[in-house]
Design a binder for this molecule. Structure first.
Ligand code: R5P
Length: 300
């Protein structure tokens, strides 16, 4: 039997668990006065000899969320779970999927190794920045793409848009979503200063004059990437630019930056526990897709 353990990091896990008809096992979570974390699975006897589906996500407070997830996996293993599937819609640190500069770690792979070492047998995530970091799980990792759902919603605002990736790395995601809706896709060429993080674009011929444009990316962090891309697309004559990004971290002044860029609307998936309220922002519920993928994966 499969049972669900849901960490407070990902409350939407409850909707997924209910859609799957999973029994939910409650967890006691607390933080000690010195900042250390504590997790206890209540009624651990209900975990024994069962398959645990553990729901968490790793933003905000990435380090604490990650550690709490590791503690919960360890607790489920020690309580006698026969299998543990970690469902982590936003996988933090996945952008560091290789050594970009000498002396760096490969943080993304380290995170997935830690999840596996703690006892997770399967990992389900959503639109991970780089699938390379899933390698420790080999064929036991599932990356659910949701850009097709974001594009479906964007079509409420746009007429026959061209789907644009803000950099070449995002092209596969953008084209996947474009194909799903019979649209064309193209990309911009982004450069990021590895030290300052500043984003700039290399000129590239792209025919968007008078067209609606849908900019598809995985993460909006500071907003620098999509804000600059929007400005460029509008300056090249785009009629309207809608941004569709899976994970809206929206740190610091991101929302203001997006507002100033001239974007018409920003669509985000509900992969995090935090939501920002702003007239430009709209969240798309992806729990049905996660449930469907889990149903297929777990055979329930
Ligand atoms: C980078 O390649 C990612 O796909 C995102 O474009 C990036 O993380 C967004 O960061 P920011 O919003 O700070 O530009």
């Amino acid at each position: 039997m499969h049972v669900a353990v849901i960490l407070s990091e990902y409350p939407a896990g409850l909707e997924v668990a209910l859609k799957l008809g999973l029994e939910v096992i409650h967890v006691h979570e607390k933080e000690f006065p010195d900042g250390e974390l504590y997790v206890r699975i209540l009624e651990p006897e209900r975990v024994k000899s069962n398959n645990v589906v553990l729901f968490s996500t790793t933003y905000p407070r990435q380090e604490k969320a990650l550690l709490k997830t590791l503690l919960a996996i360890d607790a489920a293993r020690r309580a006698g779970a026969v299998g543990i599937t970690a469902v982590i819609p936003y996988l933090a640190y996945a952008r560091q999927d290789k050594m970009f500069l000498p002396g760096e770690p490969v943080s993304g792979s380290l995170v997935t190794w830690l999840l596996k070492s703690a006892g997770a047998g399967q990992l389900v995530t959503v639109d991970v920045h780089s699938t390379r970091v899933l390698e420790p799980f080999q064929d036991k990792a599932v990356n659910i793409l949701v850009s097709d759902l974001l594009v479906a919603r964007a079509l409420n605002y746009l007429d026959n848009p061209i789907v644009i990736a803000p950099d070449k790395g995002a092209l596969e995601r953008a084209c996947y979503a474009a194909r799903a809706h019979g649209l064309n896709c193209d990309f911009l060429v982004k450069q990021r200063d590895r030290i300052t993080g500043e984003v700039s674009y290399v000129p590239r011929e792209i025919s968007i004059s008078g067209r609606d444009v849908l900019l598809v990316d995985d993460i909006i962090s500071t907003g620098g990437t999509v804000a600059e891309a929007t400005r460029i697309l509008l300056s090249k004559g785009a009629r309207r630019v809608v941004i569709a990004a899976t994970h809206g971290l929206l740190v610091g002044e991101a929302v203001r930056r997006l507002e100033e860029s001239g974007a018409y609307r920003i669509l985000l998936a509900n992969t995090l526990s935090t939501k920002h309220a702003h007239p430009l922002l709209e969240y798309v519920d992806i729990t049905n897709k996660i449930s469907a993928e889990l149903k297929r994966l777990l055979g329930i």
